[in-house]
Design a protein around this ligand. Structure first.
Ligand code: PHE
Length: 358
């Protein structure tokens, strides 16, 4: 191990030790990484008892010739080291500034936007539809998606083997009782008409029932094996077809625009009498005829009718005293019309490019 010179002792004042001081000083300075280390380095070489200072002090003891030679060199080295200290100090300050700059945060910049979720387009339309009826005094209730044949068909005057069952292609639950399959995935929300009336001993009844319904169907642009319906039911004394018409006209105008015309056309559903379909004038072509309205000027919106008196009697309501209306609509169809969507399958294909547009 090389002997370290005692800084308290004067260095031998010759060229060799000046060369040594110079090379040590410069290589140590190179390793200096902060202001404290720089100050320690400065004190070690240029301080009052620093190595170079001691050499300079020792000059007086040298013979005159040597004093001149060594002195000149030692003074140059002193200037050189002093300049190096300043240069190093400046460089340390600069890199500290750069590091600060690199880490600088502009707290006034807006943050990166958080991705926000949104409601599915059918949920948006469903809520608008429900809001509309709620504001007219209807209450929102729900019923089961797995339903008894009894509520889905029988109690709605759609007996087994009746051709009307063909209107609803059914997904049956694999459960047998007495050789029959009495359970299914509901094909419409109408079974809730019966359920609600059974749970309401005496009218008035005013409900809307949203929910998923299922059909055993091949899918195409206007058919899905699952869609969402909203059922409506109002039963009270003195309810007439005029109430049905007024309620649904109001609904159509709120959802499709204040200038909508509505029209009813006869249709058949076993649980209403008379049964009808509601149409609105085509809001795209204004009745002229276009692709959306199949060139008829009218768009079918929903099925409706006056509750069949046999159904009122069957749930224990006096059909001489009470009358009612019912309606049922597919929410996807309403959303498709509102937004100009041409394929119902888009709703449930989980394509974010589609969903992000709403
Ligand atoms: N449930 C019928 C359907 O799904 C619609 C409807 C409801 C018709 C209420 C009349 C009254 O097609």
């Amino acid at each position: 191990m090389a002997a370290t010179p005692d800084p308290a002792l004067p260095m031998p004042s010759d060229n060799e030790s000046l060369t040594q001081i110079e090379s040590q000083a410069l290589s140590e300075l190179d390793a200096v990484a902060n202001d404290d280390a720089l100050e320690r380095w400065r004190v070690a070489y240029l301080g009052r008892r620093g190595r170079l200072t001691l050499v300079l002090r020792g000059l007086a003891d040298l013979p005159i010739e040597e004093r001149r030679r060594v002195g000149a060199r030692a003074n140059r080295l002193k200037q050189q080291l002093e300049a190096s200290v300043e240069e190093k100090r400046a460089r340390l300050a600069q890199s500290a500034g750069e590091a600060l700059n690199a880490e600088r945060i502009d707290v006034t910049l807006p943050g990166p936007p958080l991705p926000r979720g949104r409601l599915h387009p059918t949920t948006q339309t469903l809520r608008d539809v429900l809001d509309c009826f709620v504001s007219m005094g209807f209450q929102v209730v729900e019923g089961p998606e797995i339903e008894w044949d009894h509520y889905n068909f029988e109690a709605l005057r759609i007996p087994r083997d009746h051709p009307a069952r063909d209107m609803w292609d059914t997904l049956w639950i694999d459960y047998e009782k007495d050789g029959e399959r009495p359970m299914l995935l509901r094909t419409h929300t109408s079974p809730n008409q019966i359920r609600v009336m059974e749970q309401t001993p005496e009218p008035p009844v005013r409900v809307v029932v949203p929910g998923k319904v299922y059909r055993y169907e091949a899918t195409d642009p206007t058919h899905e094996w699952m869609h969402i319906q909203v059922e409506g039911l109002a039963v009270d004394e003195g309810i007439s077809l005029a109430d049905l018409k007024g309620t649904l006209a109001d609904f159509a105008r709120r959802i499709f625009g204040p200038d909508r015309k509505v029209a009813f056309r006869c249709d058949y559903f076993p649980f209403v009498e008379p049964g009808m379909e509601l149409r609105i004038d085509c809001f795209l072509c204004g009745g002229e005829g276009c692709r959306t309205c199949s060139h008829s000027g009218w768009i079918e919106i929903l099925g409706a009718g006056m509750v069949h008196p046999e159904i009122l009697d069957a749930v224990g309501y006096d059909s001489e005293r009470y009358t009612g209306f019912a309606f049922g609509m597919g929410i996807e169809r309403i959303a498709m019309l509102r937004h100009g969507i041409e394929d119902i399958r888009l709703f449930y294909s989980n394509d974010l490019r589609f969903l992000r547009q709403f």
